[in-house]
Design a protein around this ligand. Structure first.
Ligand SMILES: C[C@H](O)[C@H](O)[C@H]1CNC2=NC(N)=NC(=O)C2=N1
Length: 100
């Protein structure tokens, strides 16, 4: 089972996740979640990306909270099993960036 990360582990994981991302592309901390809004060229690009991520989510057994309107996908990652953030949230976030 996933383990709940401590505050300092979260700070470190978030810095590492954001290290290669532009200032306007950064993940944000929102309590027990990390969040980001992805914008694509079209709805079909957004939905194609969501389909790829859905397959990874099944593989990782870790699923995003997300909301899609047209070319925009608002993502929130959290680990319900530990009532907080775990390594899985950061692994899924990395996949999201990789397939972006
Ligand atoms: C048994 C199963 O792996 C768990 O219920 C998983 C499924 N997907 C999950 N996804 C997320 N985001 N948090 C969880 O705690 C979680 N738990």
């Amino acid at each position: 089972m996933a383990e709940r990360l401590t505050e300092s582990q979260i700070d470190e994981a978030l810095s590492s996740l954001n290290a290669t991302l532009a200032a306007d592309e950064q993940w944000q901390r929102d309590g027990d979640k990390i969040t980001k809004t992805f914008t694509f060229k079209s709805f079909i690009r957004a939905f194609g990306w969501m389909s790829q991520i859905a397959i990874w989510a099944e593989k990782l057994k870790h699923h995003p909270e997300w909301f899609n309107v047209y070319n925009r996908v608002e993502v929130a990652l959290t680990t319900h099993d530990v009532d907080g953030l775990s390594e899985l949230d950061f692994s899924l976030a990395e996949k999201m960036e990789k397939f972006r």
